[in-house]
Design a protein. Structure first.
Length: 132
């Protein structure tokens, strides 16, 4: 029951972390440009790669980038969780060992994430038209 409660709390906090920045309604030049595009349909600037926005490689690249970014956030959360457990272990060897294992697993996960990114970058760069 305690683990389920902790998982629910962590899920709610991660969701809040990802959603709350969307509610900040500060004015900026970017928001002014978005209003101009939304009202007139004209872009305030010419995009260099405007013909490549909607092709399959660009969409897959954006999805992979978002997924790897989410995994990076999860790495940070696990590192903080492992560090917190280590700090509150109070010399208990079992708790310290569990915290070290959490940190080691997070680092191994980060290595896997970086390797996946490197492989993806290499493969898409090797495809015809992927290196542009």
């Amino acid at each position: 029951m305690k683990k389920a409660f902790i998982h629910i709390i962590v899920s709610i906090l991660l969701t809040a972390l990802l959603i709350f920045p969307n509610f900040v309604l500060a004015a900026s030049p970017a928001s002014d440009n978005l209003k101009k595009v939304g009202s007139t349909g004209d872009a305030p600037y010419e995009d260099i790669d405007s013909d490549k926005k909607n092709d399959l490689a660009s969409i897959v690249g954006v999805v992979i980038q978002a997924f790897l970014s989410l995994l990076g956030v999860l790495f940070l959360v696990y590192m903080l969780y492992g560090g917190y457990n280590w700090m509150v272990a109070q010399g208990d060897e079992d708790k310290v060992k569990k915290a070290k294992e959490t940190i080691q697993r997070a680092i191994i996960g980060l290595i896997i994430i970086i390797a996946a990114y490197a492989i993806t970058y290499f493969v898409f760069g090797s495809l015809p038209g992927g290196g542009d």
